[in-house]
Structure formats: structure tokens, C-alpha cells
Design a protein around this ligand. Structure first.
Ligand code: PRP
Length: 183
């Protein structure tokens, strides 16, 4: 039997495991410098950000609190539905806390905008937005995050948490998906 591997669906690797690890470490150091004495609450936006989030937490050399929120705007398709749905809220109160929202990717910017408004209404002391990837050409400049791992072109990327119909999340690198896999 011929077994098709995920690698066959990848057109090109954009960031290797090594490049990802080096950039995550830099972001961890930057966040530790900024919020190290504040015991920040790091909010993981499930599910896409999960790999980046765990690696980032490990790169922070200070006390942190971990919390998780789940939203969805893409469902099983390749296009955003334009409506963000809250699936799971945070477990903890963030009033007066320094919050870091951790995303895997900013595409239209809709999800991060929704999350910022949702969490700002709870009166945290500060909100820092972090995204590992940013498709800068796909959204308004005002939707840029405070910290970004890499700016990428408008390509369909998967791996390191990013999916298409829930496939490819567990690839250890970020790659461009062959168009025939999602068209
Ligand atoms: C993806 C991704 C971001 C969001 C970015 O989530 O993880 O949260 O879309 O897109 P936007 O900037 O256009 O809003 P998705 O809704 O696919 O859920 P998932 O993280 O569970 O894959």
C-alpha cells in the first residue's frame, strides 16, 4: 500500500524547526524583559497557537500564569467566515493583570481584534499582542501585533499548529501548502 505523507503536500518549507526555535527564544527574551516582574497571564488562542505557546512559555525566564481561550472563524474551510465564535473562555479573572495574547497567525486580523476587545472589557492592567506569523498584506496596519515572529506573504501556510481542515498541525516546520490540497 502506498502511504501518502504530509510532506508530499508541502510546496516549500518557509521556516525550519531550527529557525522557529531561534525566533521563539528571541520573543521569549523580549517578553521577559518587558513583563518579567509582573507575572503576566499568557493566553493561548486554541488551537493554532498551541505549539508556539508552549515553546514560548518555556522560553520565558520569569513567573507566568497560563490560560487558554478558544475561538473559531475558519471552521473547516480555507476562507474566514468573517464571524468569530467564542468556544471556550478563559478560566481566570484578568482584571488588573498584564495579559499577553498569543496567536499563531494574523491573517485578516479579525480574530485578534475580537480578542483584544473581549479581554480589554475585563479591565486588565495591560494587553500585549503576539503572533508568530503575520500576513501583513492581508490586513490594515492598525491590526499589527505588538510582537511578531515573521511577516509572511499571502500564501496558505500550515504546520507548527497551523492547519487545513485540522490536518498538518503537527508538522514541526512551517510550509506552504500545495494549492491542489485545498482548492
Ligand atoms: C486561525 C488562526 C487565528 C486566526 C487568524 O484560527 O489560528 O486564530 O485563524 O485569522 P484572522 O486574522 O483572519 O482572524 P481558526 O479560526 O482557523 O481556528 P484554529 O486556531 O483552531 O485553527
Amino acid at each position: 500500500m502506498l502511504i501518502r505523507t504530509a510532506e508530499q503536500d508541502i510546496e516549500r518549507v518557509l521556516y525550519t524547526e531550527k529557525a522557529i526555535a531561534a525566533r521563539v527564544e528571541e520573543i521569549g527574551t523580549q517578553l521577559t524583559k518587558k513583563l518579567g516582574d509582573k507575572r503576566p497571564v499568557l493566553v493561548c488562542v486554541l488551537k493554532g497557537a498551541s505549539f508556539f505557546y508552549i515553546d514560548l512559555c518555556r522560553c520565558m525566564n520569569c513567573a507566568i500564569d497560563m490560560d487558554f481561550i478558544s475561538v473559531s472563524s475558519y471552521g473547516a474551510g480555507a476562507q474566514s467566515t468573517g464571524v468569530v465564535r467564542l468556544i471556550k473562555d478563559l478560566d481566570n479573572n484578568i482584571t488588573g493583570r498584564d495579559v499577553v495574547i498569543v496567536e499563531d497567525i494574523i491573517d485578516s486580523g479579525l480574530t485578534m481584534h475580537y480578542l483584544k476587545e473581549l479581554l480589554a472589557a475585563r479591565k486588565p492592567s495591560s494587553i500585549t499582542t503576539v503572533s508568530f506569523l503575520d500576513k501583513a498584506s492581508c490586513h490594515d496596519k492598525s491590526l499589527k501585533t505588538d510582537i511578531c515572529g515573521f511577516e509572511i506573504p499571502d500564501e496558505f501556510v500550515v504546520g507548527y499548529g497551523l492547519d487545513y481542515a485540522n490536518y498538518y498541525r503537527n508538522l514541526p516546520y512551517i510550509g506552504i501548502l500545495r494549492p491542489e490540497c485545498y482548492q
